[in-house]
Write a protein that binds this ligand. Structure first.
Ligand SMILES: [Zn+2]
Length: 135
């Protein structure tokens, strides 16, 4: 089943769902149930497919130059399998998407979670900043 996963071309250490010795047991202890459900939650979070909203957001990013060579002679060149727009740099002949060479490239975590994380981080910086500058 996991062979048809859309990440099959990108193997990494978290690719396979960990099999636990008690997985098939009908009488799991509470701690076994907790561990199983935590592992499944973790797996689902890491393997969530890209949502339509996320694709829409990624495709709305205005790409002005090639992330590899900086060239501005780029053309729209169809779409990747996951729905993100594909561009081609006519100077260095590289295909790329709007996230290529950004911190969001090839992340297994959905963009929405990154955005949420960054919002929390900046909120924290604000709180931190205020804490030291209140005199
Ligand atoms: Zn280029």
């Amino acid at each position: 089943m996991s062979k048809s996963n859309h990440h099959s071309s990108l193997p990494h250490w978290g690719f396979f769902l960990r099999i636990l010795s008690w997985d098939k047991s009908k009488d799991k202890t509470d701690s076994q149930k907790l561990i199983s459900s935590t592992i499944h939650e973790w797996y689902d979070a890491k393997h969530r497919s890209v949502s339509k909203e996320e694709i829409k957001l990624i495709n709305s990013i205005k790409v002005k130059c090639c992330p590899i060579c900086g060239g501005t002679d780029i053309v729209s060149n169809g779409y990747y399998r996951n729905g993100t727009r594909r561009y081609l740099c006519r100077y260095c002949d590289t295909s790329f998407n709007p996230l290529t060479n950004t911190i969001f490239e090839d992340k297994k975590i959905p963009l929405s979670e990154w955005i949420e994380y960054l919002l929390h981080l900046f909120e924290f910086i604000n709180i931190f900043d205020n804490y030291f500058h209140t005199c």
